[in-house]
Design a protein around this ligand. Sequence first.
Ligand code: ADP
Ligand code: MG
Length: 347
Amino acid sequence: MLEEKNRELKQLSDLGEFALIERLTADFTIDTGKTVLGVGDDAAVLTPSQSETIITTDMLCEGVHFNPNYTSLRHLGYKAVAVNVSDICAMNAIPSHILVSIAASARFTVEALDELYAGIKIACDSYKIDLVGGDTVSSRSGLVISVTALGHAQAHGIVKRSGAADKELLVVSGDLGSAYFGLQVLERENISLQSNPQHQPDLEPYDYIIQRQMKPEARLDIVHLLNALDVVPTAMIDVSDGLASEVLHLAKNSGVGFVIYEEKLPMDHQVIDTAEEFGINPVTAVLSGGEDYELLFTIKQEDFEKIKGNPHLTVIGHASSDTSSYLVTKDNQTIELTAMGWDNFDE
Ligand code: ADP
Ligand code: MG
């Protein structure tokens, strides 16, 4: 059945490299006013900027970072851009351009790559960035997507991991643990589907956490919000690997410790409900789950008034002069944070 269907679809070899690149990038326009020359020449030309240039790259590999059984290529294209934009945001910078390189095996059809680029285009439109180039090669097995993103910030506005000082407040955007539980649900349904192809799961009770796994958003809105509130964080990182490891990165780079409070950790009710269903402590997922792509940052105490009561921002703890970092649980136990946060927590 699938083979029948595939026969109607175009194989990558039917098109050839140049026609493929032309087709995939045909719908992209240059909109930011920051690009002189985009896709189609030997290299791109960018408009000179009055500010510092921020650049980052991230790669997604089939079987390692995504499972094509339950990841649509459209979502994957979006995510590949979003995770890079998230790193630009974590420097308190505004993204402007991306380059996208793909390695695809003959198993992928032209139509499948159309879907991937449809997702990339949605992300470019949503974050207001220009696609200005990339590379296209064949792979022996699977799909690899590498995205490089550029952004801009004034020198005094750039926020590193290293600026946190004793007594400053530790703040996180949005909520945590959702992407981890979204993945647990998707994996469970994938296993059920393999043993029973007629299986029709009701995913509505999990819509938010699945969305957070499949279509993570970079918090560019928070960069704009902080700017509007006139708050420059002293240190910042994006939460890609779980809160515990990101807190420890800020601590190590800044030469401080942190104390965070379990009762302050922002979690959606779907996280609490799904955690109970799976018999997993939700705090475990927050500390070591990963892929939330929220922003974690420190602010000076005098800036607290500016962020107080904002529904997108939660103070979860503070910096200390200690060299270790700790979680204070709801029953007032103090547990040292390790990169594998849950190891200690489950003891
Ligand atoms: P070269 O042989 O000089 O590397 P390519 O044929 O690889 O040139 O690329 C031609 C143009 O298409 C360049 O502008 C390049 O940046 C762009 N390009 C190639 N592959 C992709 C891709 N996967 N996504 C976006 N742009 C691409
Ligand atoms: Mg090339």
